[in-house]
Write a protein that binds this ligand. Structure first.
Ligand code: FES
Ligand code: FES
Length: 182
């Protein structure tokens, strides 16, 4: 089947098998290997990307379901050689160990920060429930997200989504749930 979508600001038209997962399309067809696969049960969150403004586990979505969508992966977060504030905060606060979960953590955290700029640790832990860290570096991850949210609020140029794509956390969760049950 032919699909056309935008990934990190670049338009693509590709033929895909109907069974191709979005994460496979991103990694294998586009070569964007920052999006990881850490499980086969839709639990780890390593594959999280943004689809039309929502954080989505890309192993739960078929590539054909993303037809016509705007997708952002971890490779699309930096702007003009400058890390997104959430990426910088993970570096500054040592929010990673092996780094395998980190792209997915950051993609989820960016959406948390956009929804709740003054987010606090309990809400961060709740918001990251769908992202697992095998190194169990959660303390520093939470510190990083708290700092990243503060810095994101202070750096409006890093708003990633056009205004019509800005959505609440609840709406993002609803859309993600819809996609995972599609
Ligand atoms: S690869 Fe684990 S949730 Fe997608
Ligand atoms: S830093 Fe190793 S899995 Fe999270």
């Amino acid at each position: 089947m032919k699909i056309s979508l935008t990934v990190n600001g670049t338009g693509y038209e590709r033929e895909v098998e109907p069974r191709t997962l979005l994460v496979e399309f991103i990694r294998e067809d586009l070569g964007l290997t920052g999006t990881n696969v850490g499980c086969d049960t839709s639990q780890c969150g390593s594959c999280t990307v943004h689809v039309d403004g929502a954080a989505v586990k890309s192993c739960t979505v078929l590539a054909v379901q993303a037809d016509g969508s705007s997708v952002t992966t971890i490779e699309g977060l930096a702007r003009n050689g400058e890390l997104h504030p959430m990426q910088q905060a993970f570096s500054d606060k040592h929010g990673l160990q092996c780094g395998f979960c980190t792209p997915g953590m950051i993609m989820t955290a960016v959406k948390l920060a956009e929804s709740i700029p003054d987010i606090e640790p309990p809400a961060i832990r709740h918001g990251l429930e769908g992202n697992l860290c095998r190194c169990t570096g959660y303390e520093n991850i939470v510190l990083a997200v708290e700092e990243g949210a503060r810095q994101t609020a202070a750096h409006s140029p890093f708003e990633l989504e056009p205004a019509e794509h800005k959505i609440t956390l609840r709406e993002a969760e609803r859309r993600a749930a819809e996609r995972s049950h599609a």
